[in-house]
Ligand binder design. Structure first.
Ligand SMILES: Nc1ncnc2c1ncn2[C@@H]1O[C@H](COP(=O)(O)OP(=O)(O)OP(=O)(O)O)[C@@H](O)[C@H]1O
Length: 569
C-alpha cells in the first residue's frame, strides 16, 4: 500500500521540495498551507505521516500535533523547524511528535526520517494489535487471572476473577492481601511465595472457600512476570474452576457396570475392585452370597477381565447334574468305563484347559468328586473314569455357593482340606436389600433389556412402584427383581409400569401383608369403596383416609376387583 503523507507549511518552496522528494520516492503527498487548511485535510482523509512546520501563519505546528493526538489519529508527526535548537522542537517531542527535521531540507535525511516514521508506525500498529488480542483473550478466558506487581499491588484482573473470586475492577491498585481476606487464603500464600522466590508454581485441585459463595475445587497456576532484564516484576496467577470436572471424575470412578454386573453402590464398587485385583492372578476364588445375587456374573467377569479370557469358561452346576453322572461329566471317561460308555469322553475339565472352570453350588459335590477335585487343585491332574493314566490340565478354578460351607464342613459333608483350598480368596456378594442404591439403576438396566426383548417402549416404573421396590427386602435378590420386572413388562401395555402390572407374589409378599394394618383386614370392600368415593379415586388420599399404606390399598383394590365403574354401579 502506498503511504500517504501530509505536508503543512506556509512556504510554497518547502511544500514544493517535500512534494517532489517524497513523490519521487513513491509516496502519495498532500499539502496544506496553514493550520486551518491542515485541519480540513486531516478530517477528510487518513495519513501515515504528517510533516508540520512549527510556525504557521494562523497558528503553530504544535497546535496541529495536539489536535492530532486529541483526535486519536493514527499517524506519525514530524515537525519542520527552522531552528532545531529552538525550544519548541524539544517541546513537540515531549508532546508525542515522532521527530523533527530542520530547514533547509536535504533529500536523503527527509527520506530517511520518513522511512523510519513509517516503520515505527507499522511496529506500533503490530504492538497494538497484539495488545488488543491479549486483552480480548484476557477478558474472555474462563480462568480467573490476577496480576500483581512485586510490591503486592493488583495491576490487572479479568471478568472471570470478578465472577470466581468476587473482585471488582475497583480493586485494581489495592494490595492483593486485602482482596483475599474473605477466603481460605491459599491463593494469597501462593502469590506471596511467587513474589518472594520468583519461581512458578502449579497447585492442582485445592478447596476454595470464598465467603458467601459455594465451595469450589480450583487449580492454581502462578508464573512470575519478567521485565526486560529478566527480573521478576510481579506475578500472574490464573485460577481454574475444576469443581465440575472433579465431580465428573468421581462419578466416573464410581463404576455403574462391570462386564455384565450392574451396580453403583459402595459394596459393588468393592466387588469390582476385588475382581480387577484377582482377574490377573491364578488363585482359586470362592464367590459366596445368597441365591440370585449374581455369583455367576462375577465368575464370568473374573474370567473375562483376566488373561485367560480368550480361552474357554466352562460352567458346571454341581446341583443340576445327577451325582452318578457328575464324575464322568467333569473328569471324562474312557470307552468301556461303564455300561453305555461307548466312546471316550473328554469331560469338562479337559474342555476348560487353558481357561477357567466355574463350579456353581460347589457345596453339593459327592465325597469322591471332592477328593478328585482336590487333586486337580493340588497337582493339576486327574484320571478319567475307567483310566489310571493321569491327565494334566491347566485350569483356573472359580467356585460359588449360597450355602454356609463352614457348616457343611462341620457336618462332615465337605472335606476340610478342599474347603480351605477353595476359600483362598473369597468374594462375598451382598444381598440386594443391603445395596438398595442399585435398584434405580437395575430398573433402567432391565427396562432396556425387556423393552428390547418384548419390543415395547415402556418409559418408566411409577414412583409408587419404585418406592415399593426400594422398601421390599428381595429374598430372591436380583433374580427375583428381574423376574418381577419381566412379569410387569409382559403384562404392561401402557408406557409406565404401575402396581397393576406387578406379580401377585410381590404384592402379597409378607412385607406388604405385615404393613397392611390389621385394621384393613377388617375393612370390607364397602369401606374401601367409600374412601375411594370420598377422594374421587385418589388412591393416595384414600389410603391416608383408611390409615393404610398405598401398596396395601392397591392390593385390596385388585383383590376385590374394585374399579371406578363398579363403584358407580
Ligand atoms: N448385579 C447384577 N446386575 C445385573 N444382573 C444381575 C446382577 N446380579 C444378578 N443378576 C441377574 O440375576 C440373575 C441371577 O444371577 P446369577 O445366576 O449370577 O446369581 P447367583 O448368585 O449365581 O444365583 P444362584 O446362587 O441361585 O446360582 C441372572 O439373570 C443375572 O443376570
Amino acid at each position: 500500500m502506498i503511504a500517504k503523507i501530509l505536508v503543512i507549511d506556509d512556504e510554497e518552496s518547502i511544500r514544493f521540495t517535500f512534494e517532489r522528494f517524497l513523490g519521487a520516492a513513491g509516496y502519495a503527498v498532500t499539502t496544506a498551507l496553514n493550520h486551518a487548511d491542515a485541519l480540513a485535510r486531516l478530517t477528510e482523509g487518513e495519513y501515515d505521516v504528517v510533516f508540520a512546520d512549527i510556525i504557521l501563519e494562523d497558528g503553530t505546528g504544535i497546535d496541529v500535533l495536539r489536535e492530532i493526538k486529541a483526535l486519536g489519529l493514527n499517524c506519525q508527526v514530524i515537525m519542520i523547524t527552522g531552528d532545531p535548537g529552538f525550544e519548541t522542537a524539544a517541546e513537540s517531542i515531549r508532546l508525542g511528535a515522532f521527530d523533527y527535521i530542520s530547514k533547509p531540507v536535504n533529500q536523503e535525511s527527509l527520506l530517511h526520517v520518513t522511512r523510519t516514521a513509517l516503520k515505527f508506525k507499522l511496529v506500533s500498529e503490530e504492538k497494538e494489535r497484539y495488545r488488543a488480542n491479549l486483552e480480548a483473550i484476557f477478558r474472555s478466558v474462563r480462568d480467573a487471572i490476577v496480576t500483581v506487581d512485586k510490591e503486592g499491588v493488583v495491576v490487572e484482573l479479568n471478568d472471570a476473577a470478578s465472577y470466581m473470586c468476587g473482585f471488582t475492577r475497583d480493586d485494581i491498585g489495592k494490595r492483593f492481601d486485602a482482596l483475599f481476606g474473605n477466603c481460605s487464603g491459599r491463593c494469597r500464600e501462593i502469590i506471596e511465595q511467587g513474589i518472594r522466590t520468583g519461581e512458578p508454581r502449579i497447585v492442582d485441585r485445592i478447596e476454595c472457600r470464598p465467603a458467601n459463595r459455594p465451595a469450589r475445587v480450583i487449580s492454581v497456576r502462578m508464573y512470575p512476570l519478567l521485565d526486560q532484564q529478566n527480573m521478576a516484576s510481579g506475578v500472574v496467577m490464573s485460577l481454574r474452576d475444576d469443581t465440575q470436572m472433579a465431580a465428573l471424575e468421581s462419578e466416573l470412578k464410581e463404576h455403574r457396570k462391570f462386564h455384565r454386573i450392574v451396580g453403583v453402590s459402595e459394596p459393588m464398587q468393592k466387588v469390582y475392585s476385588l475382581i480387577k485385583a484377582l482377574a490377573g492372578v491364578q488363585t482359586t476364588v470362592l464367590i459366596t452370597g445368597e441365591s440370585g445375587t449374581g455369583k455367576e456374573l462375577v465368575a464370568e467377569a473374573l474370567h473375562l477381565a483376566g488373561d485367560r479370557s480368550h480361552k474357554p469358561l466352562v460352567k458346571v452346576n454341581c446341583s443340576a447334574v445327577p451325582e452318578e453322572l457328575l464324575e464322568s461329566e467333569l473328569f471324562g471317561h474312557v470307552k468301556g468305563a461303564f455300561t453305555g460308555a461307548i466312546r471316550d469322553y473328554p469331560g469338562r475339565l479337559h474342555r476348560a484347559d487353558g481357561g477357567t472352570i466355574f463350579f456353581d453350588e460347589i457345596g453339593d459335590l459327592s465325597p469322591k468328586v471332592q477328593l478328585k477335585l482336590l487333586r486337580v487343585l493340588e497337582g493339576k491332574e486327574f484320571e478319567q473314569v475307567g483310566s489310571s493314566a493321569p491327565t494334566k490340565v491347566d485350569v483356573r478354578l472359580i467356585a460359588a455357593t449360597h450355602r454356609n460351607l463352614a457348616e457343611r464342613v462341620s457336618r462332615g459333608d465337605l472335606r476340610e482340606d478342599l474347603y480351605y483350598r477353595l476359600k483362598v480368596v473369597e468374594i462375598r456378594l451382598p444381598p440386594l436389600r443391603e445395596r438398595r442404591k442399585d435398584i434405580p439403576l437395575l430398573v433402567e438396566h432391565f427396562r432396556n433389556k425387556f423393552n428390547a426383548l418384548f419390543k415395547k417402549n415402556i418409559e418408566a416404573v411409577s414412583s409408587d412402584v419404585l418406592s415399593a421396590f426400594l422398601e421390599y427386602h428381595w429374598p430372591g435378590n436380583v433374580r427375583e427383581f428381574e423376574h418381577t420386572l419381566e412379569h410387569a413388562f409382559v403384562i404392561c401395555s401402557q408406557n409406565i409400569v404401575t402396581f397393576d402390572h406387578l406379580p401377585s407374589d410381590f404384592m402379597n409378599a409378607p412385607k406388604f401383608e405385615k404393613q397392611s394394618s390389621t385394621r384393613l383386614r377388617e375393612l370390607d370392600s364397602q369401606a374401601i369403596l367409600e374412601a375411594l368415593d370420598k377422594t374421587a379415586w385418589n388412591k393416595a388420599k384414600a389410603a391416608r383416609l383408611l390409615g393404610v399404606d398405598r401398596v396395601t390399598l392397591y392390593r385390596k383394590i385388585k383383590k376385590y376387583n374394585l374399579t371406578p365403574v363398579s363403584f358407580s354401579l
